[in-house]
Design a protein. Structure first.
Length: 362
């Protein structure tokens, strides 16, 4: 199980030419790097990848809870480098195991997109694009996993996530990276053909190759060719609301999540507890405040941490007042003993804290 401490995953970037050229060997682009994350950070990422398929779907909330426990059964606890347990393959039927590996890879790629690629906005491609289509059109065919966006930038990027547990560190890696790029191209073509109002900047392929041996380490292999596919003005605020809808669904505020999705914000009560980090103020949803919404759904997989959830005051004001994103908006990810701050300005506090007036201190 992976409950405490942090895990490390190696990152290898490969050149586009070596991925897409038949017969060429994979060629690294620079030195490898590392991604580190806590169990809480990983579980939040997994929940949001699942919920962003449709933030208003209550069934996905319970799927996220189930996936958290399933993830714990296949992660080795003793090694600081992320590994799967030796008996991971016998704990699930083949089709179920494939799904678990895929979900875990998506959660890691969610963190990779936010913390390494520096895209704070990360949503499910199919879910978001489907929400932008008229009812007469249904998305069909291949597609990437994620739509990515930076604050104040009038374009998006695409990312396809792959996951596998091969015998060797590069088994089928090149073919899967190439396949992932093709899925990004398919998504880009669909967007262009249907004149969906977004401009595509980059298309990333990312594969998480999980190890359960000491012979090699779990790694992320990725490739990032550039290529603008169209020149439409991106509906930034729609994507902005869609992204944060999954956060509010995750903490149980489904009615507010639906208001964001429908752009029908009814001025909600403003959270009255604050946490400050480096002069950045975060609104914290304490239990009494959440109960005032009369819609909270219990979140059993965070009870053991007594977690409190919050969001940047700046993000809250953008969502509530309907204003455009602030161009220089930026949140440095923080992952330490009692707090997790994400690149999108969301926050989780856990463990003991004390209160002075309306402010919380760890």
């Amino acid at each position: 199980m992976f409950i405490t401490g942090k895990k490390e995953v190696a990152i290898y970037e490969y050149t586009h030419a070596s991925v897409s050229t038949t017969g060429a060997h994979l060629k690294k682009n620079g030195n490898n790097d590392y991604l580190n994350f806590s169990s809480l950070r990983l579980s939040i990422a997994m929940a949001r990848t699942i919920l962003s398929k449709n933030p208003a779907d209550l069934d996905l909330f319970f799927q996220a809870c189930s996936s958290f426990f399933g993830m714990q059964t296949i992660i080795e606890s003793s090694d600081p480098k992320l590994k799967l347990t030796n008996d991971y393959s016998i704990k699930f039927r083949d089709f179920s195991l494939t799904g678990r590996i895929g979900e875990l890879a998506q959660a890691i790629n969610y963190i990779f997109a936010q913390d390494y690629l520096k895209y704070p906005i990360v949503v499910d491609f199919w879910g978001y694009i489907s929400s932008q289509l008229p009812s007469t059109i249904t998305y069909k065919g291949q597609s990437p996993d994620f739509v990515l966006k930076k604050f104040g930038v009038n374009s998006i990027s695409l990312l396809e996530s792959k996951g596998s547990c091969p015998w060797k560190s590069t088994d089928k890696l090149k073919s899967k990276l190439n396949e992932a790029l093709e899925q990004c191209d398919a998504g880009s073509t669909f967007i262009s053909d249907n004149k969906i109002p977004v401009t595509i900047d980059k298309k990333y392929a990312s594969c998480v190759w999980f190890s359960n041996t000491n012979e090699w380490d779990t790694r992320i292999g990725f490739c990032d060719p550039e290529g603008v596919a169209n020149k439409y003005n991106t509906d930034s605020h729609s994507l902005f609301r869609y992204h944060y809808a999954s956060w509010f669904s995750m903490i149980g505020l489904f009615k507010f999540s639906k208001q964001l999705l429908n752009n029908e914000i009814r001025k909600p009560l403003r959270p009255n507890k604050y946490y400050t980090n480096r002069d950045e103020r975060f609104l914290v949803f304490d239990p009494k405040f959440i109960e005032s919404y009369q819609e909270i759904i219990e979140i059993p997989y965070f009870e053991w941490r007594k977690a409190k959830f919050g969001i940047s005051e700046k993000i809250w004001d953008i969502l509530i007042d309907g204003q455009e994103e602030i161009e220089n908006l930026k949140f440095e990810p923080v992952s330490k003993e009692k707090v997790e701050i994400f690149a999108d300005g969301t926050i989780v506090l856990y463990g003991d804290y004390h209160q002075e007036g309306d402010s919380l201190y760890l």
